[in-house]
Design a protein around this ligand. Structure first.
Ligand code: CP3
Length: 420
């Protein structure tokens, strides 16, 4: 496996962060790692921030300094290879004037669920940023991205810790964070890696958003959404087209403000048959990615590579790729090796993958988790690029030290060898 790569020296310095290398289908020196839901309740500093701010989840997403700080907290604590914007898939619904809130322990709740043709028509007349509150909200999301990128750095400017935090925390915390951030950047640079950390923007895929809009709240099998899909194809088309353009506007705005990569979350796509996915869902996810591909990130000077993630997606992975993604996120119900093989399909060749440590193992003894991390790295060597992540989000009860330890384990393993 050793391809005879020389020990690194100055000539071997990488200005491209490992995450972006992996998404481009290369094997960086070390395999990159980040965690879905890394910004959130598993971190005491996040809980303190939310408590201090005393605002609802969605209002927190629309408060730039707060959202930027929650975004960078896990980078400083764990040394992960990417930040993910602190926001939510339902934020663009709010910015388009839809009555929605997030209930702790439940998830998004819609005031007036979309039940038929007439509701869809009313929805379709709304656009992200149309009214004053929506326009201000869109501005706030862009500002949160800009502030987070200031903190995380870019190819042209080093990280500037304190860009967001100083406005929320007093001097001591800002100084602590400053030195943490400097240490992190220094350690990366001394290893010959890029001194900046890319920000991942995201959006919910049309089916997952439509499922919330129709059901009105999280549901297990999305019956009402699937009924509408089959019983009124015209209303379904209008609803899915609206979800696609709305979430695409939200993602594009993050890219234009400085996100270097994006993830499309189709969390509920696994509840569909492959036939239904292909016919009634995929074209709209493809529309999202087509629109997003036109946005250029000022951080990288190029469009954002896309990670397309869902759960229970073993049978639709090649379709998810075909929607226009550079990489596919694999959940923990699918074997990573099996997913890599499935994605190498129709002569398309293999593609970069992200995943897929079982979040349940975060609470297991370290020997068990450590072996799972190694197995994940091993399986990932068969792909042209591998981003280590969990198979789904970090459970709120997770001990954050365990996440830090997982990052260290991944970084301790060389990433550039690729299995034959
Ligand atoms: O760290 C990150 O991943 C970045 C931020 C992020 C959040 N939500 C913050 C959040 C991301 C990427 C999301 C995506 C999201 N939101 C998805 C897709 C990913 C998935 O989990 O499948 C979905 C389905 C939602 C909808 C949603 N929002 C749910 C189901 C919940 C959980 C409700 C609960 O209390 O358990 C939320 C709330 C939410 N989104 C929180 C956070 C940090 C917790 C709210 C809080 O801190 O009070």
């Amino acid at each position: 496996p050793d391809a005879g790569r020389p020990e690194h020296d100055d000539r071997d310095r990488h200005d491209t962060p490992a995450l972006l290398e992996a998404l481009d289908g290369r094997r960086p020196r070390r395999t990159p790692v980040w965690f879905m839901r890394q910004a959130g309740r598993s971190l005491p500093e996040y809980r303190a921030l939310r408590q201090r701010a005393g605002v609802s989840m969605l209002d927190a997403c629309l408060t730039p300094a707060l959202a930027a700080l929650a975004t960078v907290q896990p980078v400083h604590r764990h040394g992960v290879d990417a930040a993910v914007l602190f926001s939510d898939i339902v934020v663009p619904l709010r910015l388009a004037g839809v009555g929605v809130r997030i209930e702790t322990g439940t998830g998004p709740v819609i005031d007036a669920p979309v039940r038929g043709r007439r509701d869809v028509a009313a929805l379709a007349s709304r656009h992200l940023g149309d009214d004053e509150a929506g326009a201000l909200g869109a501005q706030a999301v862009g500002d949160a991205v800009t502030m987070a990128v200031d903190e995380l750095g870019s190819p042209s400017s080093p990280p500037r810790p304190g860009a967001a935090g100083g406005r929320i925390w007093g001097g001591d915390q800002a100084r602590d964070r400053s030195s943490t951030a400097r240490r992190l950047a220094g350690a990366r640079e001394s290893r010959g890696e890029a001194g900046w950390t890319p920000l991942i923007g995201f959006g919910g895929a049309p089916f997952t958003l439509a499922a919330y809009l129709v059901e009105g709240r999280p549901s297990r099998d999305h019956l009402a959404a699937r009924t509408l899909m089959h019983s009124d194809p015209a209303a379904w088309d209008a609803l899915m087209t609206w979800c696609a353009t709305t979430t695409a506007a939200f993602m594009s705005l993050q890219v234009r403000a400085g996100a270097s990569a994006v993830q499309l979350f189709d969390s509920w796509a696994g509840s569909l048959s492959p036939e239904d996915y292909r016919e009634h869902v995929l074209p709209y996810s493809a529309l999202v990615l087509e629109i997003v591909s036109r946005a250029v990130s000022p951080t990288t000077g190029r469009p954002a590579p896309v990670i397309h993630f869902g759960t229970g997606t073993a049978r639709i992975l090649p379709d998810m790729r075909r929607a226009g993604a550079q990489a596919v996120g694999v959940d923990d119900r699918t074997g990573l090796a099996e997913a890599i093989t499935a994605l190498d399909h129709d002569g398309q060749g293999p593609c970069p993958v992200q995943g897929n440590i079982d979040p349940a193992l975060l609470a297991a003894p370290w020997e068990v988790l450590g072996e799972a991390v190694d197995a994940c790295l091993e399986a990932g060597r068969r792909a042209p690029g591998h981003v280590v992540n969990l198979g789904h989000g970090v459970p709120p009860s997770t001990d954050p030290d365990v996440l830090t330890r997982v990052v260290a384990r991944v970084h301790g393993s060389p990433g550039w060898e690729r299995a034959a």
